[in-house]
Design a protein around this ligand. Structure first.
Ligand code: PLP
Ligand code: COI
Length: 358
């Protein structure tokens, strides 16, 4: 696949203290970019990281025709760099594209673009525990008119950022408020697509919650506001009577790759898995009976994030004494072990980034 490469003449200064990276605050030296015009993705190339120049009338600004992905490149102990289920990210990108009336981009091109970018910027992959190079493939609608219809030109790009933990407190359990006023997604809507508007629409509720000391909100279903959906950047899992209970997939939640990985691992370990409709009232009931013992979120950025406190209206429940529970910890260790290729990968989830320059 022909991907032209123009290397930067002005390499940036890399962050030196990996313990203060946070989430996606600095970006590597290069980016991948290609434009869709006349029915084809054109001129795929890697260029120095740079600003985009867009017409102010571009549909992305007015009608939010935008989709994105989130993946990570991991430093391996042998000095190589690994990717995790990257084809699944590329396939999900195309499902989001379909929902948002945007063109698909060949999975092989997406994967090759990511491999080449990571190879070129491999010195940007941090090595310490809990760090990675976060990858953000993005597609936006480009154009020069304000008609409210799908665009005919699109831009796909990938940027990369050395990253540490998503939540400021690191791996300490988070505080979540169950959102009872706003809703994130409804049946038939775009909740399942990874599209920017879903996040913009959630900021009001999460910023209100943050103002009151919570890390994030847990969304409920848009119709009855009784059933658990997901958190802003992660799917939710509950440990009830030793089983993993999580919301079923559908129109309204993102089909998380980490979610699927955890459920696959759980089934293999003989841990019961229940995917279904989870009523908050039933969860609280299970807590009162001593059956709800842990809750954690799963996501690329969030990895496995234990929930220490869950607040629903005026009732807060504390899970596992506000410490990471044994099942959450087991999945964290297992998942990160596979991602960093320290544990056997029996599913073909991982790959090593080739050294294209020899
Ligand atoms: N749910 C939402 C809304 C997300 O943004 C993410 C992050 O990508 C997830 C769930 C978790 O998905 P994944 O595990 O594929 O990163
Ligand atoms: C990811 O986990 O990759 C995401 O895209 C979540 C994002 C909202 C930070």
């Amino acid at each position: 696949m022909d991907i032209a490469i123009t290397k930067t003449q002005e390499p940036k200064i890399k962050p030196t203290d990996e313990s203060t990276l946070g989430f996606a605050r600095t970006f590597s030296d290069h980016m991948f970019i290609t434009e869709y015009e006349e029915g084809q993705w054109q001129n795929p190339r890697i260029v120095p990281y740079q600003k985009l120049s867009l017409d102010p009338a571009s549909p992305v600004f007015h009608y939010a025709q935008e989709i994105f992905e989130g993946a990570k490149a991991y430093s391996l102990d042998n000095g190589e760099v690994g990717l995790f289920r990257i084809e699944d990210n590329a396939r999900r990108m195309n499902r989001s594209a379909d929902r948002m009336c945007m063109p698909a981009i060949d999975v092989d091109l997406q994967v090759e673009a990511i491999r080449r970018l990571v190879d070129l910027d491999r010195d940007w992959v941090p090595t310490s525990e809990g760090t990675s190079l976060y990858l953000r493939p993005t597609m936006i609608a480009d154009g020069t008119s304000l008609g409210a219809h799908t665009a005919s030109r699109f831009i796909y790009f990938v940027i990369a950022s050395p990253t540490g933990s998503y939540y400021q407190q690191g791996s300490k359990p988070i505080r979540i408020r169950i959102e009872t006023r706003h809703v994130r997604a409804v049946k038939g809507g775009v909740g399942r697509a990874k599209t920017g508007g879903n996040y913009a629409a959630s900021f009001k509720a999460s910023s209100n919650a943050k103002g009151e000391g919570f890390n994030e909100v847990l969304w409920l279903d848009g119709r009855t506001q009784s059933y658990v959906q997901e958190v802003g950047a992660m799917n939710m899992m509950f440990v009830v009577d030793g089983r993993i209970v999580t919301s079923e997939l559908g129109d309204t939640i993102l089909p998380g790759i980490t979610r699927d990985s955890v459920l696959t691992l759980a089934r293999e370990k003989g841990i019961g898995v229940e995917e279904g409709k989870i009523a908050v009232a039933e969860l609280y009931d299970a807590y009162d009976k001593g059956l709800l013992t842990e809750a954690f979120g799963t996501g690329t950025a969030a990895v496995i994030s234990p929930v220490g406190e869950l607040t629903w209206n005026d009732r807060t429940i504390v899970l596992n004494n506000n410490e990471m529970g044994p099942i959450s910890e087991m999945f964290y260790t297992e998942l990160v072990g596979i991602q960093r290729q320290r544990l056997p990968d029996t599913h073909g989830w991982t790959s090593v980034v080739p050294r294209y320059r020899g």
